[in-house]
Design a protein around this ligand. Sequence first.
Ligand SMILES: Nc1ncnc2c1ncn2[C@@H]1O[C@H](COP(=O)(O)OP(=O)(O)O)[C@@H](O)[C@H]1O
Ligand SMILES: [Mg+2]
Length: 246
Amino acid sequence: MKSIAVYNFKGGVGKTAASVNLAYEGARSGQKTLLWDLDPQGASSFYFRIKPKIKGDAKRLLKKTNKALDQIKATDYENLDLLPADLSYREMDIVLDEMKRSKKRFGPLFEALEEEGYETLLIDCPPGLTLVSENAMIASDLIASPIIPTPLSLRAYDQMTAHAKGLGIKKDRFAPFFSMVDRRKSLHREVVTSFIDAHKALNSVIPYLSSIERMGLSREPVAVSEPRSGAARAYRLLFEEIEQLL
Ligand SMILES: Nc1ncnc2c1ncn2[C@@H]1O[C@H](COP(=O)(O)OP(=O)(O)O)[C@@H](O)[C@H]1O
Ligand SMILES: [Mg+2]
């Protein structure tokens, strides 16, 4: 099973939009795909019209993996399932702290998912520097990281990768890509070009598009609501590029 954590410690940068659309692309390409909505706010679950759990048990989810498998829900789309958000994830940091000694804390869950036949796992991470996101990064094959093309966001990205290095996560496991790019802004154009060259960022760029904003109304991946849109194409190309890294 290939695992991709979609993470940036900044909020509102397009993590959930990317998670939803990349998971859809994985499923559409024929891979049995699971999207794990790890953010207690439950935005990915909302897009797939699946209710988050009000009060689960984060500890059991990580220790008794059959509990996690029980919570998986089918979506409206072939090959695509969702592990919904759970308000108990807010307590997962405490749980993880208690489990400090085990090496890969998400390991047993990942193994159980693989046994269930999942080929691709996308994790929609919450923002912030938390044990939850750190463990998602440690356990995943790749960290797809959306970045808004401004100097401050790039600085934040460097801080994030430096912090990850301290956790033993090498920079080459990060796949940064630009998100919410406004090609009309010369600042965006300049930042994107120079950063892609310098940091080996993905060439695929997600533009700032109203069709992506409208996902909040349609509650569907853009490839479903607006299949011919530039947005649908952008996520398809992003998925193809990420796939080649796995
Ligand atoms: N490329 C984009 N173009 C336009 N709006 C976007 C784009 N990506 C995300 N959005 C919108 O911006 C808001 C934040 O995006 P979201 O994916 O939820 O960010 P995050 O998960 O990083 O907090 C949402 O309302 C979403 O619809
Ligand atoms: Mg989000």
